[in-house]
Design a protein around this ligand. Structure first.
Ligand code: FES
Length: 164
């Protein structure tokens, strides 16, 4: 049970919510569950559901809705390109396709070295700065705006070097 691994953190999270609203702790608990492996396992979702007296489906729907949660093992970095309409009007789709071509992977796939998983996501609130993406990795979440494919490939190369 993942929750047994972090008793102090779990207690601290739950202490922030009144007992009758403990379900509100679902997001910080999911974040905690994701910390170790970079994704949330099915058994962690079951643990959280049981702990908060909610259904596994409710927990899974939250994981599925938010781009910051992942339910599958992926690369060390999630590179999430916004392809929502305003960004699409500024060339986001073409940017993403060119990036796929350069990396030799499709959207949703991970580079063979396990470094980057490329994803298309909805609005990241930088609509006038497309093409843009966020990276989620061990160093947190970082925004990259007004990007080109060349600059993105340089960024990936720098990540590769710093992680080798
Ligand atoms: S539509 Fe892409 S950041 Fe808002």
């Amino acid at each position: 049970m993942f929750l047994n691994k972090y008793p102090k953190e779990v207690k601290q999270i739950l202490s922030k919510y009144p007992l009758e609203h403990k379900r509100s702790a679902v997001m910080p608990l999911l974040y905690l569950a994701q910390r170790e492996e970079g994704y949330i396992t099915k058994s962690a979702m079951q643990d959280i559901a049981k702990m908060l007296d909610i259904t596994e489906t409710e927990v899974a729907s939250i994981v599925g809705f938010y781009t910051l949660y992942h339910d599958e093992k992926a690369g060390k970095y999630h590179m999430q390109v916004c392809t929502d309409l305003p960004c699409a009007l500024r060339g986001a789709d073409e940017f993403l396709q060119n990036l796929c071509g350069n990396l030799g992977i499709k959207v949703g796939e991970t580079t063979p070295d396990g470094l980057v998983t490329l994803e298309g996501v909805m609005c990241l609130a930088a609509c006038d700065k497309a093409p843009m993406f966020q990276t989620q990795g061990p160093d947190g979440i970082k925004y990259h705006e007004n990007m080109t494919v060349d600059r993105t490939m340089e960024l990936i190369e720098a990540l590769r070097k710093s992680n080798s």
